[in-house]
Design a protein around this ligand. Structure first.
Ligand code: PGA
Length: 255
């Protein structure tokens, strides 16, 4: 399975900064081999990013969507609006949104359904907090998040679904999970998703690891049997260092 490395910029970069980044990253494109790259800028920069990247193989993702197609939802953006821009991926259920915006399991489920109905590929984020981990409830937390997000989703439409295992304690802390923990969680996720959505998904489901990924540690994650990519925050913000990270991932899987 091809690696999928996604850059989650969070609330960073103006349109001008986005254009500059995208122009730099396409110059490096040939160095990425067959690694699939997705850049997720803020909403305001998606249109400009799409213009700069239109002749490249680098894909775009959004960081959130609303579950409705349209309506009285001040400040929200729908799948239909993203689809029109040619956006291919959307991050759903990031822990920052679950925690800071009080996103509920039901809303995350509805966002997954909305994204899939427009052919957008969701990157569903799951992962435990530090206290949940210390209590030994990691698997239980992940199972609950997967169930609430995926039960009732039309199995015929799950093509392109990606799950990002992002332990909350590893995000932005410089304290990445060990390869062993990432593999255990990714393997568990794969088996749970197969149970929920059927074994048809097995061959195409990509599970990413996310949380303090950088060019030094990416190799240890992408060479794991159950991990097929990464969701990268801080280390994706400079085109140069993101390019180095992607090249390191490529090298690790081809060694
Ligand atoms: P980080 O963020 O790489 O800065 O830890 C990852 C994420 O939040 O997706």
């Amino acid at each position: 399975m091809k690696l999928l490395i996604a850059a989650n910029w969070k609330m960073h970069k103006t349109v001008a900064e986005t254009e500059e980044y995208c122009r730099s990253i396409i110059v490096e494109e040939k160095l990425f081999g067959d690694v699939d790259i997705v850049i997720c800028p803020p909403f305001t920069a998606l249109f400009s990013a799409a213009e700069v990247l239109k002749n490249s193989s680098i894909k775009l993702g959004a960081q959130n969507i609303h579950w409705a197609e349209k309506g009285a939802y001040t400040g929200e953006i729908s799948s239909a609006m993203l689809f029109e821009l040619g956006i291919e991926y959307v991050i759903i259920g990031h822990s920052e949104r679950r925690r800071l915006m009080a996103e509920s399991d039901q809303q995350i489920h509805d966002k997954i359904a909305a994204a899939l109905s427009y052919g957008l590929k969701p990157i569903l984020c799951v992962g435990e907090s530090e206290s949940e981990r210390n209590r030994g409830t990691t698997d239980h937390v992940i199972e609950k998040q997967l169930k609430s997000a995926l039960v009732g989703i039309d199995q015929a439409k799950t093509s392109g679904l990606v799950i990002a295992y992002e332990p909350i304690w590893a995000i932005g802390t410089g304290k990445a999970a060990t390869a062993e923990d990432a593999e255990n969680a990714a393997r568990y996720i794969r088996s749970k998703v197969e149970n929920l959505l059927g074994s048809r998904i097995t061959g195409e489901l990509r599970v990413q690891y996310g949380g303090s990924v950088n060019s030094e540690n990416i190799g240890s994650f992408v060479e794991l049997p159950s991990v097929h990519g990464a969701l990268v925050g801080g280390a994706s913000l400079e085109a140069d260092s993101f390019s180095t990270l992607v090249q390191a991932a490529r090298k690790a899987v081809h060694n």
